[in-house]
Design a protein around this ligand. Sequence first.
Ligand code: PRP
Length: 185
Amino acid sequence: MEHMLDKDVERVLFSEEELHRRVAEIAAEIDRDYAGREPLLVSVLRGSFVFMADLVRQIHLPCTVDFMAVSSYGAGTASSGQVRIIKDLSEHIEGRDVIVVEDILDSGNTLSYLLQLLQARSPASVRLCTLLDKPSRRTKEVELHYSGFTIPDYFVVGYGLDYAEKYRNLPYIGILKPCVYGGEE
Ligand code: PRP
């Protein structure tokens, strides 16, 4: 580790190499599943921007990209349950094969709302691809097609994931020290 933010990290959960390997596997699955089609990858900002950037570069099919911004969390670590659209898609998705790209699926609140909203726009298909899945925290059922890693209820940062907007630039995914967010040691 050689980052100024490393001192706030209890341990590395997934190294850059592990992330690279797993992202390549997901891209290969997408290549196989969408052969002959041209999927539209929708990155849900902000957390997914790093995963999205790595994923699209490992997908060999022609594909297009678009971005949405939603907000469901305040400055804390727990979902408030409220979902707000901050930036909508630029593209029409009617008839398109949409893959929603997320960094983490937690309670399912954000994604269940978002998937419903996208389904209402008559795409040919919608699938969800998340790098991390925390099933133990799920309160809303969400259909998940591509999942990088299933993790316990750790507070993770890095590779796009933040705490209070920081740590997104860490190249690995790490577990944040509880003292950073006022949790128990
Ligand atoms: C994260 C993540 C999902 C959502 C998942 O975003 O990117 O959008 O939380 O949580 P849920 O399953 O409990 O709804 P966050 O609100 O932290 O915003 P960010 O992507 O800008 O960091």
